[in-house]
Design a protein around this ligand. Structure first.
Ligand code: HXC
Length: 520
């Protein structure tokens, strides 16, 4: 009403536009400038960087908290500190939430979290990935247990979405305490070098344990990549984080009922002679298995996941003739490619992601065994190593094994052997499938004979050669049907492309049950 007269539609619209514009300013120019000065994008700029131009539809710009304590009565909190909505990335639907640090430090009040949980529900209902950009001081202190309850709803929603739609977390600012458990429940975490993530911060740690550590060293992106294995990708800044997220999504289906998108391809499966020279025939020599991968996949394009963690096991996404594949490979350049606790966990988790989202798995094997050591045994290599066996056995997507060189012992079985359900096993002529390496084997089988020999060293060397001739080749394994075909390295891409084509219609039925019991 203006002067007792009803307002005109024009005036109402103009009023609404002003309100909208005002709310879109978040915490106001000063706080936005502070954010920018720190080299960070704002919540809305992050959305713009992530999604296709003009595709964002916002839900809940006008949402407001309903707290009255601690100065909150009547306090305007734009969008309640989180931008939520739907958009497209490369033309495909996603749902997202982006916390606005300029509004009460992006703190998560009741309505803030309910908005996030609601947009997650939309994600599930429409079978579209969910992306959560985190930049928050955690639970909104003024809202007490209401904010805790809100967090609970987000965690529950994370679990409902798990395995149904891909979930990606971007950590672009503080993410502390319980807040870090939503990212932990998602499939991939991309952390920027400007962000920190921890359960208890440096001050509390100092009080409780006396340990003195900077926030960066404790919860920075590099710490989480190297030590904890919590993050999957590191980005220098927000722009790179959104780029990585788009790139990651390009490999994934929108949900568990769809196949991953197939990109156009030129059908090229010509032999690549470079592959004949990468793997040294001498099993004592290392090499970087990533050069095998990039010489096989489309355009050499390999998106490595957790590239700085458990580097003895390489995992990531690539494509063959436009089809997404998940790649798992021992890395002979690090710890000779032996499998330790962290490597087993890293690979098992990746396998389960691929299986949940219909992504075929290719495994490149060059492994001397599980890593020996007291630390590994006390750390539970039995329980953790078993996760790898479990994950491969439980996976029903097409599974292809390529044995490059060593494939010894329990590790041979664990690395997607035919006995764990590989649909194809290819071996290069350099492959050695054996219960263990020749050096170790002769010490067990021929110790007495060597001890009694006049010249132990010469006898040992003869026996090693004998053992090698008998077992260190792919032919015995192929004879036993542990290997389907021995192939020329240069032709690997052609074999893989054909196998993926023929396995497209694979159906693998399992006995009905609530769920298997992976040894967590
Ligand atoms: C309410 C908060 C807040 C919070 C920050 N702010 N965190 N408001 N609740 N949790 C507000 C600040 O009061 C300030 O408001 C604005 O956000 C910016 O914060 P600054 O401190 O000026 O920013 P900065 O110096 O960059 O420091 C960021 C920070 C710090 C490190 C995140 O704000 C901080 O330590 N916040 C508290 C963190 C925390 O203890 N959270 C609760 C954890 S308990 P003005 O108006 O001055 O700009 C928890 C439990 C979850 O999360 C359990 C789930 C199961």
């Amino acid at each position: 009403m203006t002067n007792g007269k009803p307002a005109t539609m024009k005036a109402l619209i103009s009023d609404m536009r002003a309100k909208r514009e005002h709310l879109q300013q978040g915490g106001g120019p000063e706080r936005l400038a502070k954010q920018q000065k720190q080299g960070k994008l704002t919540a809305r700029q992050r959305v713009d960087a992530l999604v296709d131009a003009d595709s964002f539809e916002e839900f809940g710009l006008f949402a407001q908290h309903r707290q009255t304590h601690f100065g909150m009565e009547g306090k305007e909190v734009p969008a309640d500190g989180v931008v939520t909505g739907a958009a497209t990335v490369d033309g495909r639907l996603i749902h997202l939430a982006s916390q606005d640090f300029t509004v009460l430090g992006g703190s998560a009040g009741e309505v803030h979290s309910l908005k996030v949980a609601e947009v997650m529900r939309r994600s599930l209902e429409t079978g579209s990935p969910f992306v959560f950009v985190n930049d928050s001081g955690g639970a909104r202190v003024q809202e007490g247990i209401d904010s805790l309850s809100g967090y609970g709803q987000v965690f529950f929603s994370n679990v409902m979405l798990s395995g149904a739609v891909p979930q990606v977390s971007l950590i672009c600012g503080p993410c502390a305490g319980g807040a870090s458990y939503s990212p932990a429940l998602t499939d991939f975490i991309i952390q920027t070098r400007k962000a920190q993530m921890f359960i208890t911060g440096p001050q509390v740690i100092k009080q409780v344990t006396g340990e003195d550590i900077s926030a960066e060293a404790l919860g920075g992106a590099d710490a989480h990549m190297t030590h904890s294995g919590v993050v999957h990708f590191i980005a220098d800044d927000d722009q790179e984080a959104t780029y990585l997220c788009r790139r990651l999504l390009s490999f994934l289906p929108s949900n568990n009922l769809e196949e991953p998108p197939r990109l156009p391809h030129d059908g090229d499966v010509d032999p690549n002679p470079k592959l004949d020279d990468i793997v040294p025939v001498d099993p004592k020599h290392g090499y970087d298995v990533r050069s095998v991968i990039t010489n096989i996949v489309d355009k050499g394009d390999f998106l490595e996941v957790q590239s700085g963690y458990a580097m003895n096991m390489v995992v990531g996404f690539a494509r063959i003739l436009g089809r997404t594949v998940g790649i798992i490979a021992n890395q002979p350049a690090v710890m000779a490619g032996a499998i330790d606790i962290n490597a087993a966990n890293k690979a098992a988790r990746f396998i389960r992601f691929c299986n949940a989202f219909n992504i075929a798995i290719i495994t490149f094997v060059d492994v001397p065994g599980y890593l020996p050591g007291v630390e590994q045994e006390y750390g539970g290599i039995i329980r953790n190593g078993a996760k790898l066996l479990f994950a491969y056995s439980a996976a029903t997507v097409p599974k292809i094994q390529v044995i490059l060189r060593k494939s010894y012992g329990g590790a041979h079985v664990a690395m997607c052997s035919k006995d764990l359900g590989a649909d194809r096993s290819f071996a290069w002529p350099t492959a050695e499938v054996a219960v263990m390496g020749a050096e170790g084997a002769v010490e067990i089988v021929f110790r007495k004979e060597m001890d009694e020999a006049q010249d132990r060293a010469t006898r040992r060397s003869e026996l090693i050669t004998k053992y090698r001739e008998a077992f260190a080749s792919p032919y015995v394994a192929a004879g036993r049907r542990l290997v389907d075909e021995i192939i020329e390295p240069s032709e690997t891409r052609r074999y893989l492309a054909r196998a993926l084509e023929y396995l497209q219609s694979k159906r693998d039925q399992r006995p009905p049950k609530k769920h298997g019991l992976i040894p967590l």
